[in-house]
Write a protein that binds this ligand. Structure first.
Ligand code: NAD
Length: 493
């Protein structure tokens, strides 16, 4: 089996020594050249696909145990999306691996050049608890496709999925090159002490800083897939019913708001707000019934720490009178109902941090155009959404709002388009992945120039003369007439 476990009575802790030994073994395996071949990459991607196909029910059960995630969400957003990533990589891998021809310049004539993608080496992937199957394995697809050896450290906050990953990856993948280390802060810290060729981290920005500081010691590149407060701007003159259904699908229909690109807050005009609230209420009741705490179609809050964190946001004096829908909680079952808060002040606690749960504040502005200033006055979000029929507003949104990704007239769907890069900007992250971008995230683009022994121009060698300088200047500008002038000694300088 591929999983190293946290300390138990029979097994020693995974400490710095164990981490160093593990990395040493993986370095040896990588150095053997095994992971570089197309055949190895293909076989491992097929292994991941087969593993997901053959254990769909176990995956759904683990996600239910960790989050009470509805089976449909487990299937669509975790198993099916992972399978799509594997299938795309298998289909495109040969093309991705082909070196890309590059243009050469007159100064190196005659020559040819290409960009050769090469694996980085041995990489570390640290993932989060909210989509614990997909977010663990989606980067693994990219790392394998690019030909790396790797360690995956799943989140301890989703323990059932973490141990399932350790078990299944040990059975389906080549454990001489692909390993799972289960555990929490001590195990991750031991891993972070090691020198990696890339660290790919998914989680919050506070830990992201710890990851980046650890990586800096070894000059290791990082990808940080972080979060943020993703806004939804709701204009008037739109199909409000469809819009609200799509907001609900992206918020409560994505792990009950515990998703990195879930709508975090809504901005609409003061005039339009009551209509938005009514439409959201109506659709919420249709989807989750009159007692949403009992709904099987909503995930629970992952653990009591997060339950209390969210309760604190609701208990803040600044928002206590602002709840216009929901607000019910069941601490024993870790459930919080979909909750709408209207006219939340910008300095309320709920507007200071990413909510990552079923609470949706609605901010109001005088004019819809003012929404973009509200967004731009905060940290750059991972996603931003706009519902409108107004072309000018849409253009202004695309030009003026900086976020990891934007969607107009829907939420979260950009995640499923594998031809788009997925990642943040500023505080919402560094680097991107999905599809070919995943291959690129784990590859080094090596510049290679090929020359023969012909055309060995004397002008690059000493003794340096005025004529050589003139000719080189002309060659560098690439101006044909300047070159002719230089050759015939007609240049001014
Ligand atoms: P988490 O608590 O599972 O932590 C993420 C990882 O960091 C885990 O593997 C954990 O073991 C490790 N970790 C925790 N403390 C550590 C420490 N002190 N040192 C080293 N490693 C440590 O997940 P989380 O951070 O609660 O995840 C939620 C956050 O992640 C949200 O901000 C969300 O927006 C973001 N997120 C982003 C994406 C994305 O793709 N951009 C996806 C999912 C979640």
């Amino acid at each position: 089996m591929g999983g190293e476990k946290e300390e138990t009575s029979s097994k020693p802790a995974f400490d710095v020594g164990a981490a160093s030994e593990l990395v040493g073994k993986l370095r040896g395996a990588f150095a053997s050249g095994k992971t570089r071949s197309y055949q190895w990459r293909e076989s491992q991607l097929k292994g991941l696909l087969k593993m997901t196909e053959e254990h769909e029910q176990e995956i759904a059960d683990a996600l239910h145990s960790d989050l009470a995630k509805p089976e449909l969400e487990s299937y669509i957003y975790e198993a099916a999306m992972l399978k799509n990533s594997c299938r795309l990589a298998l289909k495109e891998l040969k093309r991705w691996m082909v070196p890309e021809k590059a243009k050469t310049s007159l100064t190196t004539f005659p020559s040819s050049a290409e960009i050769v993608p090469e694996p980085l080496g041995v990489v570390l992937i640290i993932s989060a608890w909210n989509y614990p199957y997909l977010l663990s394995l989606d980067p693994v697809v990219g790392a394998i496709a690019a030909g790396n050896a790797l360690v995956l450290k799943p989140s301890e906050i989703a323990p059932a999925t973490s141990s399932l990953l350790a078990k299944l990856m040990g059975e389906y993948l080549d454990t001489s090159c692909i390993r799972v280390v289960e555990g929490a802060v001590p195990e991750t810290t031991a891993l972070l002490e090691q020198k990696w060729d890339k660290i790919f981290y998914t989680g919050n920005g506070k830990i992201g800083r710890i990851i980046m500081a650890a990586a800096a010691k070894h000059l290791t590149p990082v990808a940080l897939e972080l979060g943020g407060k993703s806004p939804v701007v709701v204009d008037s003159g739109i199909d409000l019913k469809v819009s609200c259904r799509r907001i609900i699908a992206g918020k409560w229909g994505c792990n009950n708001g515990q998703a990195c690109i879930s709508p975090d807050y809504v901005i609409t005009t003061r005039e339009h707000a009551p209509k938005v609230v009514d439409a959201l209420k109506q659709e919420l009741e249709k989807f989750y019934g009159k007692n949403p705490l009992e709904s099987k179609d909503l995930s629970r809050i992952v653990n009591s720490n997060h339950f209390f964190r969210l309760s604190k946001l609701l208990d803040d004096d600044k928002v206590s009178g602002k709840v216009v829908h929901g607000g019910e909680k069941d601490q024993s079952k870790l459930r919080i109902a979909p909750t709408l808060l209207l006219d939340v002040p910008r300095d309320a606690l709920i507007m200071q941090e990413e909510i990552f749960g079923p609470l949706l504040p609605i901010l109001t502005v005088d004019k819809i155009e003012d929404s973009f200033d509200v967004i731009n006055s905060g940290m750059k979000p991972l996603a931003a959404y706009l519902f409108t029929n107004n072309k000018k507003l849409r253009e202004e949104f695309v030009m003026s709002v900086s976020a990891g990704g934007l969607v107009v007239n829907d939420t979260t769907v950009h995640l499923a388009i594998l031809s788009l890069p997925f990642g943040g900007v500023g505080e919402s992250g560094i680097g991107a992945y999905h599809g070919k971008f995943s291959f690129d995230a784990f590859s080094h683009k090596k510049a290679v120039v090929y020359r023969g022994f012909m055309g060995d121009a004397a002008i690059r060698y000493p003794p340096y003369t005025k004529m050589k300088l003139r000719l080189l200047k002309a060659l560098i500008t690439g101006n044909f007439f300047a070159i002719i002038r230089a050759i015939f000694g007609l240049s001014k300088d």
